[in-house]
Design a protein around this ligand. Structure first.
Ligand SMILES: *[C@@H]1O[C@H](CO)[C@@H](O)[C@H](O)[C@H]1NC(C)=O
Length: 276
């Protein structure tokens, strides 16, 4: 039934990513039509490398920092061939993914993976997970938590809002590498019914869709942030979940888990307070 949608389950890259340096990467083809973000304008953006065991295939996803200890990503980023990943490394404060010596970057292991109890891999429902870092991370210019939606806006549908999505994911279907530099793209939030119609009426509840003219999120962007701006503060409204099986280079909406529906669970697990 869901064969027309694709959950980019773990984007498996062949090595540590060092193959993608400089001119060998076509940076114009990542997050389709997106732009390279200014350095550290999204200080909550996280890159996640994960595997099952110490020798399993390496997966890549995005995430967002919620506090000094917790981050949020997509549930499907936590599984590989049905097994839950247990070796996850989080890269915080990064811009140029493969530059190990970049200023302001922190690399931390993940100590605990909490997948939403109602996550359903067959329908993509509740595609959200919380990861606890093995060490508390210091907040700096380059590493900062993102603001969760306030209670006062938790019932808004945000339709028509301009939203920003970001990631190192590849936008071109079949492109072999993740983007070396963090990219971002503007989308417009659309209503659930409109999104549902565009995606063959297969949309589950608790999602938020972003429309864009050509190309949306892609492999490797998943788990990453969709934000809106209120009073000059970025608010995390979505976690990148899936796109149509037609691929990334289409004008079909990208689908995100709607964060505002999970505030109580997030707060319970992470201890992050939800503001009014
Ligand atoms: C999408 O459409 C289907 C079929 O009408 C419906 O069952 C489902 O609840 C809809 N999803 C959303 C999020 O509205």
């Amino acid at each position: 039934m869901f064969s027309t949608l694709i959950l980019w389950s773990l984007f498996v890259i062949s090595a540590s990513g060092s193959k993608c340096d400089g001119a060998n990467c076509n940076v114009n083809s990542r997050i389709v039509q997106g732009q390279i973000s200014e350095q550290n304008v999204r200080p909550y953006q996280i890159a996640l490398y994960s595997r099952v065991g110490t020798t399993g295939e390496l997966g890549f996803c995005g995430g967002s920092l919620l506090s000094q200890e917790w981050l949020v990503t997509a549930a499907h980023c936590c599984f590989h061939n049905g097994d839950q990943v247990d070796h996850v490394q989080a890269i915080l404060g990064a811009h140029s993914l493969y530059d190990r010596y970049e200023n302001g970057r922190r690399v931390l292991n993940v100590a605990e993976v909490v997948v939403h109890p109602a996550y359903d891999a067959s329908t993509f429902a509740n595609d959200i997970a919380l990861l606890r870092l093995a060490n508390v991370v210091q907040i700096t210019d380059t590493v900062q938590p993102v603001q969760l939606p306030y209670r006062s806006i938790a019932t808004h549908n945000f339709a028509g809002f301009a939203a920003t999505v970001s990631g190192w994911g590849i936008a071109a279907d079949g492109a072999p590498y993740v983007s070396p530099l963090l990219r971002q793209k503007q989308m417009t939030v659309i209503t659930d019914p409109l999104c549902n119609r565009s995606l063959f009426n297969q949309l589950t509840e608790h999602v938020i869709c972003g429309s864009h003219e050509s190309g949306g999120t892609c492999k490797g962007d998943n788990g990453g942030p969709m934000t809106i701006v209120q009073n000059e503060i970025d608010i995390l409204v979505g976690v990148a979940s899936f796109v149509s099986a037609n691929g990334c280079n289409t004008n079909m909406p990208s689908v995100f888990t709607r964060v505002q529906r999970y505030l109580d669970w997030i707060s319970e697990v992470t201890g992050v307070p939800i503001l009014d």
